[in-house]
Write a protein that binds this ligand. Structure first.
Ligand SMILES: C[S@@+](CC[C@H](N)C(=O)[O-])C[C@H]1O[C@@H](n2cnc3c(N)ncnc32)[C@H](O)[C@@H]1O
Length: 321
């Protein structure tokens, strides 16, 4: 469903901000010889991975982000170079890497470029980037309760409340809800809901501060919990999770979804909100670049397509997806 909302403005600005990162991905793909490898014909992710001696996951991240910025195209299940662009992107060609007004292009942010390259070569997150703490390798509290994100979550929550009718439900739990902004957005349209933000303890302070400023329903509470291990709040009839599944590999996602299924009464629902990759895995831009972010920051991360998530939800036992 497409909704005109404040989020449209936000997404447009976010897309512009992807520009510098897009150049870093292109510089990385050039440096690792992706386009030169594809000069003899389109290749599947497995073939790209084998030829570049990298794992499947980074091969997919690289191909998807390159497709999203239009420097690769999809030919059936294979990724291919884009026509005349080979002259600029394939080593040995006359105009190789001469595509800016000033000639050769490099990384916009060499530090970030090095992290992206290292993550692609090693299939491992680069500590110090994003929400991993350099010293401990654990997620950094400051990222999760960053106050501005609370207001963005409220906008997202409003979109969810426009897309789904919560009238007949009583209690909603936002798994990994951080500051609880989504619940604020949802509760503004459905003030009858009891709502719980279920997240790790380090998010408590940010959530309580954010909710104190923005929760007019007064029914949203924070509960400390680990969604892999702790009992989910009882009598919940809606489990909501936003940008949570993309942090985890298939087994961990299945664990969360199965635990939701087991905790729900008959007729209960689970809602997963994500920036979905399209089924061809060629974009859209924000999903592809969010996939890049979680890939080089989080250990198990994977940006999912709609059908991949549907498959997991169905395997967890849910019907009427
Ligand atoms: C990418 S953030 C998403 C935050 C929010 N839902 C949103 O859409 O902006 C992932 C959230 O999952 C939480 N999280 C990570 N591991 C968790 C766990 N084992 N149990 C509960 N929450 C967890 C993090 O603290 C963080 O708030």
């Amino acid at each position: 469903m497409s909704l005109h909302n404040k989020s449209d403005s936000y997404y447009q600005l976010w897309k512009i901000s992807v520009g510098a990162e897009a150049q870093d991905v292109l510089a990385c793909a050039l440096e690792l010889g992706l386009f030169t490898q594809l000069a003899d014909g389109p290749k599947t992710i497995a073939e790209i991975a084998e030829q570049m001696s990298i794992q499947l996951r980074p091969a997919e991240v690289l191909a998807v982000t390159c497709a999203a910025i239009g420097v690769l195209r999809k030919d059936g299940d294979r990724y291919a170079n884009v026509g005349d662009m080979e002259e600029f992107l394939v080593e040995g060609q006359a105009l190789y890497n001469q595509y800016t007004a000033f000639g050769r292009a490099g990384y916009v942010d060499p530090e970030r470029g090095a992290k992206i390259k290292e993550a692609i070569l090693t299939d491992s997150p680069q500590k110090g980037a994003g929400w991993l703490d350099k010293a401990t390798g654990k997620s950094r509290p400051s990222m999760a309760f960053y106050p501005k994100r609370h207001h963005l979550r409220i906008i997202w929550g409003d979109c969810v409340a426009q897309a789904f009718d919560f009238s007949k439900y009583r209690k909603i739990v936002d798994l990994g809800g951080a500051t609880g902004g989504h619940l604020v957005g949802i509760a503004r349209r459905y003030p009858h809901l009891d709502a719980i933000v279920f997240d790790l303890e380090y998010n408590r302070q940010g959530a309580e501060e954010g909710l104190a400023q923005t929760d007019s329903s007064g029914k949203i509470a924070f509960q400390t919990g680990n969604f892999f291990a702790d009992t989910y709040p009882p009598k919940t009839d809606v489990f909501f999770m936003s940008h949570v599944l993309h942090d985890w590999g298939r087994d961990r996602c299945m664990c969360i979804l199965q635990r939701c299924y087991e905790a729900l009464p008959e007729g209960g629902v689970a809602i997963a909100a994500e920036f979905l990759l399209n089924e061809e895995k060629t974009g859209p831009l924000l999903a592809a670049f969010q996939g890049l972010h979680v890939f080089y920051n989080n250990i198990e991360a994977k940006q999912w397509t709609g059908s991949e998530i549907q498959q997991m939800i169905s395997e967890a036992g849910f019907q009427d997806i």
